[in-house]
Design a protein around this ligand. Structure first.
Ligand SMILES: [Zn+2]
Length: 320
């Protein structure tokens, strides 16, 4: 081979490598992902009601807003494969560049797709608390577990992407003719949560501070602050609310009422038990769960939710 030929081959290899990598980067997903339009500029895709590893990991929602001057995405789904599919769906609606991704909170089902948007050059904003999560042992162990339970869609190339912008107070920005208000909610459902209001459409993306059509997941939430957040959430005039899980609601007041009633009930029952030194098992058995027991995920989630609230309210009592 002459030097000229070698240089030619080398340059062809360099040209081909990125394309080859991109082609093998994301295992294809077979899930149905229907884009739903909720207003003039706002669309979303809805994950199935189920546990984290159901439906190839497609159990949470993501949305996108077409502004005329670029696209804003809300949440990044639970695998890079799902995010890659979402990008394809966005491309069916518009060829405007995806400029920003707003992340409601750092839980696996909402952030494992971020690297797809990072590769497209989108700017990623997330609430304060994201760093705490990404550096935690829990996050590392969760990723290792999902590399097995959601294989091949989460694999050794899947990684946690840190945000470009950390949001620690409420703010707004404009893109095209639209105004986006990012509300920082503090530590409510997770180590940090935010919501996004799109105007003039008056559509609110709530992330996981609102669950629709299933039992809320409490996890390590600060239920006191979460409840307070919901009580202060301004819903008047909204045309739709897109929760982190479940269908978009055209009756936001009603939707918020369910999450609020559930958290308030947990805190009432478990708070009384803690104050009276009633053992958890006894308090759980005596509580009247009839209002919530027909909700999907009740069997899997209610006892552990109640136990978390019991333990955290014990801690609150000791802090007083
Ligand atoms: Zn979630």
């Amino acid at each position: 081979m002459t030097i000229g030929t070698r240089l030619f081959v080398l340059s062809m290899l360099l040209l081909l490598t990125p394309a080859a990598n991109a082609a093998k980067a994301y295992a294809p997903t077979s899930v149905d992902m229907d884009v739903k339009k909720v207003s003039k500029h706002v669309y979303y895709v809805e994950g199935a009601a189920g546990i984290a590893t159901d439906n190839e990991g497609f159990i949470s929602n993501a949305g996108f807003v077409v502004t005329g001057d670029g696209v804003v995405v809300f949440d990044a789904l639970g695998t890079p494969s799902l995010a890659h599919k979402l990008v394809g769906k966005i491309r069916e609606v518009t060829d405007q560049p995806i400029r920003k991704v707003i992340v409601s909170h750092y839980h696996a089902d909402h952030v494992y797709g971020l690297q797809v948007f990072e590769a497209l050059g989108a700017e990623i904003s997330a609430p304060e608390g994201a760093q705490k999560y990404t550096q935690s042992d829990a996050a590392r162990m969760r990723l290792e577990e999902r590399q097995i339970s959601l294989e091949p869609w989460v694999d050794e190339d899947t990684r946690l992407v840190l945000p470009d912008i950390t949001v620690s107070k409420s703010d707004h920005f404009r893109m095209g003719d639209l105004t986006f208000t990012i509300n920082y909610m503090g530590k409510a459902h997770s180590d940090g949560d935010l919501t996004m209001l799109v105007e003039p459409d008056r559509v609110l993306f709530s992330g996981d501070i609102i669950f629709e059509g299933r039992l809320p997941f409490v996890g390590n939430a600060d239920t006191n602050h979460w409840l307070d957040t919901l009580t202060r959430l301004e819903t008047s005039g909204l045309t739709a609310l897109i929760p982190g899980h479940g269908p978009a609601s055209t009756d936001p007041h009603q939707t918020i009422a369910l999450t609020r009633a559930y958290l308030a009930f947990l805190r009432d029952v478990m708070g009384a038990a803690v104050n009276e030194f009633t053992p958890f098992d006894e308090a759980y058995a005596e509580a009247d769960w009839s209002r919530f027991q027909n909700l999907p995920a009740f069997a899997e989630g209610n006892r552990i939710n109640a136990f978390q609230v019991y333990l955290s309210m014990e801690a609150e009592l000791l802090e007083q």
